[in-house]
Design a protein around this ligand. Structure first.
Ligand code: HEM
Length: 337
């Protein structure tokens, strides 16, 4: 085997001692669902991609917990993922991968590698009540106590890194306070990077996508957390009785917005276009083939949608290919290349 490139290093650094080498190194726990996407009446005016003009496009999605821990801890504060694969015709797919964090931790692959090294899980001890008081007196936020059975955590390393690297501060702060959703379909998910969409006149726009849940965003009460393993059953029960829906929102960037750095938010008053509705109505029975082995890739785009020059988005095509190969996932859309 040759020297590891950046993609291999990035996959390797994410592995945790409580992970599983045969599963994803992050977003390890997940469940897939199927349904369809219907574009809004105006979507095709902004983007020529097939799913914005076809009446209906079938999808498979995978919801996940962001952690690379292979044990289920739904109740723990954690980023959640929503990866969507649109089945275009014939035999072509495009992916849109999103998570509950609106901004990322690092502007470049090199900076993310440093961050991930710093945030490698360490023994999590919490603080004594006295230490919390001393910290409060010094205007330092006391650390949360570890959850039952939580022995290691990336929190300390991530916070320490953010203390010295301002670009990570927004992402780390948001991740530290993100909590747990009551349902996978009661969280908003962001594709984080900037993409370029082309309209029927050939005009290109720099945009950011997010999924907004029609049922609304709701987190669990940290003072009265549910059982630690509830998200998958909740989804199965919910979809057996009624479909769940998300709106696909597209924010249009303007001059001065950062198009190539996903640590930097855009002003909240940017124009937002409602691009369509995702309806989920079933959970596939074969979760091994349809979720565990499935391989999404943020580089799997289609005519009308391009990746921006964001170097993190660029490297992710190789990162997900390497990860899928290492864990024996099938089929990675890029592994035949
Ligand atoms: C350099 C930056 C990043 C690295 C190194 C990285 C790495 C990875 C890896 C290795 C996987 C597992 C892939 C597989 O085995 O199939 C993964 C999955 C995932 N990542 Fe990232 N990631 C990065 C940035 C992001 C960003 C910015 C987002 C949000 C848009 C994101 C959201 C997700 C989600 C939702 C999954 C789970 C996909 C699934 O369900 O299969 N990641 N990531």
């Amino acid at each position: 085997m040759g020297k590891p490139g950046m993609a291999e290093k990035l996959v390797d650094v994410l592995r945790r001692p409580d992970g599983d080498i045969n599963r994803r190194p992050v977003h390890t726990i997940g469940i897939s669902a199927t349904g369809y996407f219907e574009p809004s009446p105006i979507a095709a005016n902004f983007c020529v991609a097939e799913h914005f003009s076809a009446a209906r496009t079938n999808v498979i999605v995978r919801f996940s917990n962001g952690s690379g821990c292979a044990a289920v801890h739904d109740g723990w504060s954690d980023v959640r993922g929503l990866a969507v694969r649109f089945h275009l015709s014939p035999d072509r797919d495009t992916d849109l991968i999103a998570m509950t964090l609106p901004e990322f931790f690092a502007p470049t692959p090199e900076a993310f590698l440093d961050f991930a090294h710093a945030a490698k899980p360490k023994l999590y001890t919490g603080e004594t009540p006295w230490q919390k008081i001393v910290n409060l007196l010094q205007l330092i936020l006391p650390k949360r106590d570890p959850y039952p059975n939580e022995t290691i955590s990336p929190d300390d390393g991530a916070i320490e890194f953010a203390d010295h690297n301002p670009f990570a501060q927004l992402g780390v702060l948001q991740a530290a306070t993100i909590g747990a959703p009551v349902s996978y379909v009661r969280a908003a998910y962001h594709a984080v990077h900037t993409f370029i969409v082309t309209d029927p006149d050939g005009m290109r726009r720099w945009v950011r996508f997010s999924w907004q849940p029609i049922a609304g965003v709701l987190r669990t009460d940290p003072a009265a957390p549910p059982e630690d393993d509830y998200l998958q059953d909740e989804l199965k029960t919910r979809l057996a009785s009624e479909p769940a829906r998300f709106s696909l929102m597209m924010m249009i960037g303007e001059v001065g917005d950062d198009f190539n750095d996903s640590t930097r938010p855009w002003p909240p008053h940017r124009k937002r276009i409602m691009m369509g509705t995702l309806t989920l109505d079933a959970v596939p029975a074969d979760q091994d083939a349809q979720s565990e082995k499935l391989s999404f890739n943020p580089g799997l785009l289609t005519d009308g949608i391009e990746a921006s020059d964001d170097p993190v988005l660029q490297i992710r095509t190789d990162v997900y290919k390497v990860s899928s190969t290492w864990r024996g996932g099938t089929p990675c859309p890029f592994s035949q290349e």
